[in-house]
Design a protein around this ligand. Structure first.
Ligand code: GUN
Ligand code: ZN
Length: 426
């Protein structure tokens, strides 16, 4: 049975960084018809009512109907340690992250946190995430089991580390390869789930482990590969000291088969010119994590250069290094970081980054991140007047995006009125 939802419908007809914000359209009285988990028709509400007279209709009035938010770099096991005080990256990992990740040896705890994590992301309108698990294979099973139960399109992989982490959080080159391969065969392509090969970052892997995972990636080219790159200056110095023959941080991955299309490089703040050139040449994706980069004190991502160079850039929370589960809050942080670099990102660009941009980073833009025929019906319905502070600011709107921008800057889960997963109301 077809379902028609009515509201202010947002859709993309190009890249707002390349072609300008006009390619992001807001159809004031729009309609979306969903059937069999997909979007089958879009247009004006009146036209959709005429074309699908038997469809059940839900009218969201003035609310914005958008592709669901896509968060392409998260650590679901860090849910409970979000907003932990007073440390920078390496100390933060050792003080808060590693002790918490140890707890995921217990499958029951992993299942509890995975369920809590998806409750939080869905409440914030996020319909797809790409997560690091822990080194425990059970933590991957817990994530995918909960995602599958909710019908989500979701990405994740077992985090691999064989040095510079507590003994209880280390695998080896061989077990990292074997466990990742087994999990990949178990989950990749099942329902809407995708396995992602996941070396945490160069400082916690030996060259042997990086090579083993590079080989696994070469054998499974339909998988994405995710890792961290050039997040903090101390981390970069450490990576270079551990890999004395590397030309730069990126080369620690490149030399081991871990640079390529389908590579997702989180943070990527302090890049050298050769690194940017190589990332562009191979068509890699970068992920901007602005709340995390401010919270952990990492630095200001250079969005303008990276998009001008044609890199695919996604926008992510990086929970729990990031300080929010909300992609609205994350868009606000991206705006603020760009302002500090002298660039005012347009609201249309911010929204695009949190949906289509992140879908492109995950190489899934043909399935998610837009409202168009044949796309997955993963949608979020957003109230653009969810608080008094926001509502009174939108009253001044003198251009259409000024009615959206206060929600970007001040909105939270109170703005999320409904979420559709594969056409079903979550
Ligand atoms: N670098 C290596 N591991 C992590 C992590 O868990 N979070 C962040 N923000 N950076 C990392
Ligand atoms: Zn991360």
């Amino acid at each position: 049975m077809a379902e028609l939802i009515l509201g202010q419908v947002l859709s993309y007809h190009g890249d707002p960084f390349v072609e300008g914000p006009e390619v992001v359209r807001l159809e004031r009285n729009g309609g979306i018809v969903m059937l069999g988990g997909q979007i089958v028709a879009t247009g004006t509400g009146d036209a959709m009512r005429k074309a699908y007279p038997a469809a059940t209709v839900t009218d969201y009035g003035n609310h914005l109907i958008s592709p669901g938010f896509i968060d392409p770099h998260v650590h679901y096991p860090q849910t409970a340690i979000i907003a932990s005080w007073g440390k920078r990256l390496i100390d933060w990992l050792n003080t808060y992250t590693f002790p918490e990740e140890m707890r995921f040896a217990d499958p029951e705890y992993a299942a509890e946190i995975a369920a809590r994590y998806f409750d939080l992301t869905l409440a914030n309108g996020t319909t797809t995430v790409c997560s690091y698990a822990t080194i425990h294979p059970e933590s991957v099973d817990a994530f995918f089991t909960q995602a599958q139960k909710r019908g989500l399109r979701a990405f994740a992989g077992k985090t691999c580390m064989d040095r510079n982490a507590p003994p209880g959080l280390q695998d080896t080159a061989k077990t990292a390869y074997d466990d990742s391969k087994r999990l990949l065969e178990k989950w990749h392509g099942v329902d809407r789930l995708s396995y992602v090969i996941t070396p945490r970052f160069s400082p916690t892997s030996t060259p042997e482990q990086l090579s083993a995972l590079g080989a696994l990636w070469a054998e499974n080219q339909s998988c994405l590969m995710q890792t961290h790159l050039s997040e903090q200056t101390d981390e970069i110095a450490w990576a270079k000291a551990l890999f004395p023959n590397a030309r730069d941080y990126l080369d620690t991955y490149e030399a081991h088969g871990l640079l390529g299309m389908g590579g997702l490089y989180g943070h990527a703040i302090h890049l050298e010119p050769r690194e940017v050139d190589r990332l562009v040449e191979v068509g890699a994706s970068l992920v901007h994590c602005p709340t995390s980069n401010s919270f952990i004190g990492s630095g200001l991502f250079d969005m303008q250069t990276m998009v001008a160079r044609g890199l695919r850039v996604g926008l992510a929370t990086d929970t729990g290094g990031g300080s929010s589960f909300s992609m609205l809050r994350t868009m606000a942080a991206a705006y603020e970081v760009a302002q500090l670099r002298g660039v005012s990102l347009h609201p249309a660009q911010l929204w695009w980054l949190a949906t289509q941009g992140s879908a492109r980073a995950l190489r899934s833009e043909h399935k998610i991140g837009n409202i168009a025929n044949g796309m997955d019906a993963d949608l979020v319905v957003v109230d653009l007047a969810s608080t008094l502070a926001i509502e009174q600011a939108t009253r001044r709107a003198d251009f259409i995006w000024q009615s959206v921008f206060p929600t970007i800057m001040m909105g939270d889960d109170r703005a999320i009125k409904a979420v559709y997963i594969g056409g079903n109301l979550a």
